[in-house]
Structure formats: structure tokens, C-alpha cells
Design a protein around this ligand. Structure first.
Ligand code: KG4
Ligand code: ZN
Length: 339
């Protein structure tokens, strides 16, 4: 079996995957959401400290399986450097102790393999990756080579949900909370946010302007003056109406560029991955786009949309079959990475 280790942000996760039949033999994740929630975002130092507690605890649980491990796959890029280093150090130490090779896994490639956790990968494939750190449309050719078709010039899709949630003190991460509030909207016409880059031909995303529109509306409702003093707090109805308008504008922005990409090339199949692919509004819009274009839609199980070690073990298994190992002294972390 392959041991997968993930610690690129605020989730510590470990998985054991059967190399031959792709059976997930063990998978567990210790999330740090509650610890970061009051800060409205991930605090890197806190994340690093929590990984050093969680990872050894998870490894302790699979100690009886150590003899059966044939290789260790670990996320080494991209992510928070202080978080990545926790998993990579652990992987290096264990690889020496068990005398098994190391496999370096790109976290984004891991998300792509969340579509194929229990089956062989099917390329060519178009992919929308929407997470807290990334918004990308990717084209993967039959040989598995990845090209970037569209990226974001500022915030990511998931990050914009987190920031809107922070403005309303909904805790971190904010994606699910914003989605839930949007469902409670009573006045769908109350707010209309401008769709970013609507008449711009570039295949690029940008969410910071939309986030700013939300901030200005919140300040208006609260009657906030320049010194920050406010007349009243947001009601649940205010928040629900704002979340509804924001979620729709964010999804429309994704769909505007994606529709243009679909006009330029015909995808045989298309997948949505990353933590924010759990968004049901986005899912249903892409479902419709795929249906209209005769394209097969692939979705990761909801449980494996957000960061997890199962997808890292799964991506590592592909490299294992090709002998894609890395030496201890050559396994480095890389916080930023581009396709
Ligand atoms: O992939 P992931 O677990 O971590 C990164 O690699 O960033 O994605 C987490 C992101 C967070 O920004 C979270 O707010 C967002 O995914 N997210 C959502 C939803 N569920 C999670 N965003 C929008 N709608 C959701 N339902
Ligand atoms: Zn991720």
C-alpha cells in the first residue's frame, strides 16, 4: 500500500491506499477549522503547531500497517511553507525508518485525482479547480500533461466566500456558511452586484472587486461612517440577501469565462475539484453547461472535495507505477507553483 500525507494548509490528513485495486484502506483528517475560525482565516504559525500534534497522532493509528507500506506520497507544493514542512519532514523520517521510497505530490494534481479515487484516471479532461487558494481552468491532454487555460489575478473563488463570511463574522472557512445563508434569501432583487470582467476578453478571473462591492453594501446597511462607527448590525435577512447576490455573481463570473472556453474547445469530459466545488449553485450551473455541450461531468465525492490525504495517495500511486521517486535531499517544499 501507499501512505499518503497531506498538510499543505489547515488539514492534517493520512491515508493508506491499495496500489493494485485502489481500495482506500484508511483515511482520516484532523481539521483545524475551529482553531482558526475566530481569526477569520488560517494563522500559519498556529497551523504549523497543530500539524506537529495531529500528524504523529494519525500515524500512531496506522502503526500496525507500517510493514505493508511500499512508498510514501507527500504533498510538497503548493501551500503554506510552515504547514508543508510538517508533512514533508514526517514523510522523510518515516521513509528512512521503514526503508521505502518517497513520492512528491503537487497538491493541485492531488485534487484532480480526487475524481478518480477508486478507478483508473480518464484523460483527456477539462478541469475547474476552485479552492481557498486557487481558481483555475485546466486542460489535461491524453498523456496527462496539464495546461492552464484561465487563472485568477487576485483572490480565489473560495477565498472570496471566506472574506465575505469574515465581513459578517460567520467564521472560517466561510463557503458553506455563505451558501446556507444564500438559501435563506427572501428578497432576490435587493442587491445586484456587477459581474467582474464581464466585457473583458481575457480568460481571467478576479474576485477582489466583487468582495469590495459586498463590503460597501455592508457598510451602507450598517450606516458606517469613516471612523468605523455604525448605526446598526446586519440582520439575518440582510446577510441572506447579500449572500444570495454575492454567490450568484461569483458563480456567474466563473460561468461567463467557462462558457467562452467551452465555445473555443470541445471537452469530452469535464471535472470540478477543490474544496469550493462543494458549492451546489456552481455545480448545477456546470452540470447544465456540460449537458448542453454533450460533455460528461465528473465530480469528486463531497467528502473528498476539500483537502485530504486520499487524493494525495491516489496521485502518488500514478507516480509509483512510473517509478517517480524522489531522494530525501531532493525533496523540497515549494509554496507557490504554476502550471
Ligand atoms: O481545497 P480546500 O479544502 O483547501 C484549499 O486547498 O484551499 O478548499 C477550501 C475552500 C475554502 O475557501 C472554503 O470556504 C471553500 O473551499 N468552500 C466553499 C464551499 N465549501 C467549501 N466555497 C463555496 N461554497 C461552498 N459550499
Ligand atoms: Zn486544496
Amino acid at each position: 500500500m501507499i501512505l499518503g500525507i497531506e498538510s499543505s494548509c489547515d488539514d492534517s490528513s493520512v491515508a493508506l491506499l491499495d496500489i493494485k485495486n485502489l481500495k482506500l484502506l484508511y483515511h482520516k483528517k484532523i481539521s483545524q477549522e475551529s482553531e482558526h475560525s475566530s481569526f477569520g482565516g488560517v494563522v500559519p504559525e498556529l497551523a504549523a503547531r497543530l500539524h506537529t500534534k495531529a500528524l504523529p497522532a494519525l500515524l500512531e493509528e496506522i502503526k500496525p500497517n507500517f510493514k505493508e507500506i511500499k512508498a510514501i506520497a507527500v504533498t510538497n507544493e503548493p501551500g503554506l511553507s510552515v504547514s508543508l514542512i510538517g508533512g514533508v519532514s514526517m514523510a522523510k523520517a518515516l521513509s528512512v525508518a521503514l526503508n521505502v521510497p518517497l513520492i512528491a505530490v503537487n497538491h493541485l494534481v492531488g485534487h484532480i485525482y480526487s475524481l478518480f479515487l477508486d478507478c483508473e484516471a480518464r484523460f483527456p479532461l477539462g478541469v475547474l479547480l476552485v479552492s481557498g487558494g486557487h481558481t483555475m481552468v485546466l486542460d489535461i491532454d491524453a498523456a496527462g500533461k496539464i495546461s492552464l487555460l484561465a487563472g485568477t489575478s487576485d483572490d480565489s473563488f473560495g477565498e472570496s466566500f471566506d472574506k465575505v463570511a469574515k465581513m459578517m463574522q460567520l467564521g472560517y472557512p466561510g463557503g458553506a456558511a455563505v451558501q446556507n445563508l444564500a438559501w435563506q434569501c427572501k428578497d432576490k432583487q435587493r442587491f445586484k452586484f456587477t459581474i467582474p470582467l464581464l466585457h473583458d476578453k481575457r480568460l481571467e478571473y478576479s474576485f477582489s472587486g466583487l468582495k469590495n462591492q459586498v463590503r460597501l453594501e455592508i457598510e451602507k446597511i450598517k450606516g458606517q461612517n469613516l471612523a468605523g462607527a455604525t448605526d446598526r448590525e446586519l440582520s439575518n435577512d440582510d446577510m441572506a440577501d447579500i449572500c444570495y447576490a454575492f454567490e450568484n455573481a461569483a458563480c456567474e463570473h466563473i460561468m461567463d469565462k467557462l462558457t467562452k472556453i467551452f465555445k473555443e474547445r470541445s471537452f469530452k469530459r469535464f471535472g470540478i475539484v477543490g474544496g469550493a466545488s462543494a458549492n451546489l449553485n456552481l455545480r448545477s450551473r456546470i452540470e447544465r453547461l456540460c449537458l448542453e455541450n454533450g460533455c460528461e461531468l465528473l465530480l469528486a465525492p463531497l467528502e473528498f472535495c476539500s483537502d485530504n490525504a486520499a487524493m494525495i495517495a491516489r496521485a502518488g500511486r500514478e507516480k509509483y507505477l512510473k517509478g517517480g521517486f524522489v531522494k530525501h535531499n531532493e525533496l523540497n517544499i515549494n509554496p507557490r507553483v504554476k502550471f
